[in-house]
Design a protein around this ligand. Structure first.
Ligand code: PCA
Length: 214
């Protein structure tokens, strides 16, 4: 059975919760058949997040790592295509750090592609009746930092480890006073299970349109 590590983040930016962790927890409470699922909650800091990820990878020895974060304002579950070697924080992280134009890994490659079948994952979530799309950028905050660090860890130390990143919308309770899109945690959890099963079961992606003009 494929071992899948799912990670979510602690709340940040003054939010009471982070839907990524809530959905990861809900997925683990009702895991899909055919995979061994483990979870970790990562701090939303540039300093400690990758240490926590490395510890979780060493503890659970996964075949696939799927990291998940909140992307407030996005309307759907977005499967990230690429991680870039840059930290450029618009807001301070939970430890007060706000790096600007610093590499995640000095001397590392400019970017890594996800090694999950991004388009197959999007198609599978849509087939489950939930909204999903490919994202061409994971931003330059802690999520991209973790995504890049994960891919660098796999590339340099963990051959065979496949990894990727998924951003999820706000949960409804976060936007009761804001006209912003949201998705219930249960729906996000279902999407994460679908993505985990799809990623575990297929190593080559499907050919399907998923680009963006801007
Ligand atoms: N979202 C942030 C960091 C933690 C999270 O859940 C981001 O997109 O970078």
């Amino acid at each position: 059975m494929t071992r899948v590590l799912l990670t979510g983040f602690e709340p940040f930016d003054g939010e009471a919760l982070n839907p990524s962790w809530e959905a990861v927890r809900a997925a683990a409470a009702n895991p899909p058949e055919g995979i061994v699922l483990s979870t970790a909650r990562l701090p939303c800091t540039f300093g400690a997040s990758l240490d926590a990820l490395r510890e979780a990878v060493e503890r659970t020895v996964p075949d696939v790592v799927l990291c998940v974060g909140q992307a407030g304002g996005r309307p759907d579950v977005t499967v990230e295509r690429i991680a870039v070697n840059i930290d450029d924080a618009r807001i301070p992280d939970n430890a007060g750090a706000q790096p600007v134009d610093e590499p995640v890994v000095p001397g590392g490659p400019a970017a890594y592609f996800s090694t999950l079948p991004v388009k197959a994952c999007v198609a599978a979530v849509r087939d489950a009746g939930l909204p999903a799309s490919v994202s061409q950028t994971a931003g330059t905050f802690v999520c991209n930092h973790v995504f890049y660090g994960l891919m660098h860890l796999a590339a340099t130390e963990r051959p065979g480890l496949r990894g990727g990143f998924v951003h999820v919308p706000y949960s409804p309770g976060q936007v009761t006073d804001r006209a912003l899109p949201s998705l219930p945690v249960a729906a996000v959890a279902e999407a994460l299970c679908v993505i985990a099963v799809t990623a575990a079961g297929c190593t080559t992606d499907i050919r399907a349109e998923g680009g963006a003009t801007h």
